[in-house]
Design a protein around this ligand. Sequence first.
Ligand code: CTP
Ligand code: CA
Length: 226
Amino acid sequence: EKHFSKLQDFQGKKVMITMGPTQEALDPVRFISNHSSGKMGLALAKSFLARGAEVYVISGPISLKFDQSKFHWTDVHSAKEMYEAAHKIHGLMDICVFAAAVADYAPAEVAKEKIKKNDSEQFLKLKKNVDIALELGKIKQPGQLHVGFALETEEGEKNANAKLDKKNFDLIVLNSMRESGAGFKLDTNKVHIYHSSGRSVSSEIATKSNIAELILDQIKSSSVWV
Ligand code: CTP
Ligand code: CA
């Protein structure tokens, strides 16, 4: 009985997860990106699925092997594509988790042909990308719950809480790279979770799967959960 209810505690919930890096094209053969592996996002997607949710994944390019067939899966490259895919389904969602490492900037111009090298130095002009979580935070409806992530190298608690407020998150998960074992490509992590109510919890160093379970438990304990 208890086991069953734990497995099904997200039944009837629609959950969107953005995950992975974005790739911002420079020319037909080059892009700007980052080291995100998508492991944390995928661990979350699997946990939501196992606990009964209907899971909509919007993922930048990742190279993890798993069964995509149980998810509503959309592959994207750029921040703009990720935003458009997320905006399209946002209104249907009960829970949105912004786990993607979205590139903050993209090349101001995308060259139609491969950029050729010459004898001079090159300067890259960048434009700001759309902030997906910020924009969707502005149209969040009562009963919808938004979860953000923050990766900080300094002043983690202060920076994470500033993002929680600015982006209208109900909770934010701070990845502290300082605290042993935590990082992009690793299978373990240590996080601090801050709620908009001011409450917070910290994890031990744990697998991303264990961290995902903790995040789901925190979502359930949120005052926004119905
Ligand atoms: N995020 C997003 N779209 C962006 C940038 C960030 O949806 N263009 C989301 C991330 O998925 C994460 C949260 O916003 O949930 C915080 O991302 P982060 O990069 O830590 O914050 P920024 O606001 O981009 O600030 P900075 O990188 O300068 O610390
Ligand atoms: Ca950023």
